[in-house]
Design a protein around this ligand. Sequence first.
Ligand code: MN3
Length: 210
Amino acid sequence: MAFQLPELPYAFDALEPHIDARTMEIHHGKHHAAYVNNLNAAIAGTDLENKSIEDILANISQYPMVVRNNGGGHYNHSLFWELMSPEGSAEPTDRMNIHKAITRDFGSFENFKKEFTNAAMTRFGSGWAWLCVNDKDKLFICSTPNQDNPLMDVVDAKGTPVLGVDVWEHAYYLNYQNRRADYLTSFFNVINWHEVTKRYNEANEGASKF
Ligand code: MN3
């Protein structure tokens, strides 16, 4: 069963003015679509066709770089679309489990936001910043280059991502040019905290989503 480009859960212009429609259209319809097509071409006729994307990523050191780059690209973007919403908000409500966990592990939401933004700002070149939960149910922040992610067996800090932000220039250059900090500020206005808290609650259940 070949991997498929998921539908965006909202219209291209739904995240404006924070994320512009043209960026969303190209990001989803060209970049993500290319990762899916290249992944399917790379695994055609192999036993990877029958594995979940999570299983592939967990053993990525065994597979060619083309699978790592495009399998990571497919997973990361499938997650990224779900983590944003036109009903998003800058901060989770006090009642959400993720708010409690962030306060527990980072001292305050403001401190978390500062550390997460710093991880995204200091990722040199292309990559992602992540909020993850480890196998002891503790949250941590990390960043990865290219299309790597914390599910891969090749990264230093392994965990289950519950929030991630794409800091490749293709994610923001049309609207923000070199202003990555402004893009990150805008990203924080459209975060779907219901999805983040759901993923936090499910993190250690091993459920396959894509
Ligand atoms: Mn991207």
